[in-house]
Ligand binder design. Structure first.
Ligand code: 5GP
Ligand code: MN
Length: 335
């Protein structure tokens, strides 16, 4: 958490005359959108306005969230987003650890902005900003927003909208309160959010009961050819661009696919390789169990990073070569 003196400095920054911007990472997920909208609604309760800016579009299954329609998508609204960041007095950097994680467009804007920058994030190895609250043991940035509200001693301001957003972020980043860093403290906060009105059945259904037939067909395709290597310890899934096109791929359609590899008895690592729809690179998702560190593995070999048990990366070769290289690299690892 921020130190008490940082908290009092931040309190002084958060006044109605200030232009406040909240930014998340590229390809925003449930925690990115949940933490950003949660913070925005909290600031509104304090009488402050803030713009939420995301580098690119986010999945449809998050668009039920209160005020998600007001989010500025920099890819579509370059000028508005650029000016808001340029003119900001305060920028909250949520759910990412380094400017470049917000992409080629927004990343440089953040670096150049004159605003005071406040990072709240749970990824490894945060960059230095004016204020840094980084904790890799917390399962979701949305949970950290709640801790931040507690540190400001303003828990009483948590209303239904804040509760729904933070609940969604915690639920999605913990895979439904299952992943390893889900703690008693996570559940206490979630209990408070439910008391404030967050409806678990409604939120789960709006967020997760949103399969399309095409998504299920895509899932069937990749499950049908899932490969397990290294004595059953590593699962490999993959998708090609032509297949994405054939099934009418939409953003978010492949979210969670990588987890199926880990659900196989005995696997330690699951890797999902997907050709980007537009550009010539392979987007990779890694998931792991227990102490197997895919963050470091991805940093070392696949230009990526993330968390110990959930990381991503990018690779510039063909999908066949990428998978070959991956198989070679894992032989040298001791998992
Ligand atoms: P996902 O597999 O869901 O895309 O990403 C899993 C985790 O790894 C997320 O927390 C995400 O922030 C992080 N991550 C994904 N791709 C990259 C990347 O290219 N670089 C870094 N540093 N982290 C990534
Ligand atoms: Mn997160």
């Amino acid at each position: 958490m921020f130190t008490p003196s940082e908290i009092s400095e931040i309190k002084k920054l958060l006044t109605p005359d200030k232009k406040i911007v909240i930014i998340t990472h590229h390809n925003p997920d449930g925690d990115a959108i949940g933490s950003s909208l949660g913070l925005k609604h909290f600031l509104k309760q304090k009488g402050l306005e803030a713009d939420v800016i995301v580098p690119n579009d986010f999945p449809k299954f998050l668009k039920w969230m209160p005020e998600s329609k007001k989010i500025i998508i920099a890819d579509y609204k370059r000028k508005v987003a650029g000016e808001a960041i340029y003119n900001a007095d305060v920028i909250f950097i949520l759910d990412f650890n380094a400017s470049h994680r917000s992409g080629n467009l927004v990343g440089p804007w953040i670096e150049k902005a004159r605003a005071k920058k406040i990072l709240i994030d749970h990824h490894q190895q945060p960059e230095d900003f004016d204020f840094v609250y980084s904790d890799v043991t917390v399962p979701a940035t949305s949970q950290m927003i709640y801790h931040f509200i507690q540190a400001l001693e303003e828990e009483d301001k948590v209303d239904l909208e804040i509760a729904e957003c933070l609940y969604t972020g915690i639920m999605t980043d913990t895979g439904g309160f299952r992943f390893r860093s889900t703690s008693a403290s996570t559940h206490r906060i979630v209990a408070n959010l439910i008391e404030k009105g967050a409806d678990p059945a409604m939120i789960t259904s709006n967020t997760w009961d949103t399969n399309t037939v095409s998504r299920l067909h895509l899932l069937a395709l990749i499950l049908g050819r899932i490969e397990v290597v290294k004595d059953g310890k590593v699962a490999i899934l993959w998708l090609k661009r032509d297949e994405l096109k054939e099934f009418g791929f939409q953003k978010g359609d492949t979210e969670g696919f990588v987890n199926y590899g880990l659900s196989i008895m005995g696997t330690q690592v699951s890797a999902f390789f997907m050709e980007d729809l537009y550009e010539d690179f392979i987007k990779i998702s890694f998931r792991s169990k227990e102490d197997v560190d895919v963050n470091q593995f991805s940093r070392n070999h696949f230009n990526g990073g993330g968390h110990i048990n959930a990381a991503g990366g990018k690779y510039m070769k063909s999908i066949e070569e990428t998978i070959e290289d991956f198989k070679e690299k894992i032989e040298k690892e001791d998992f």
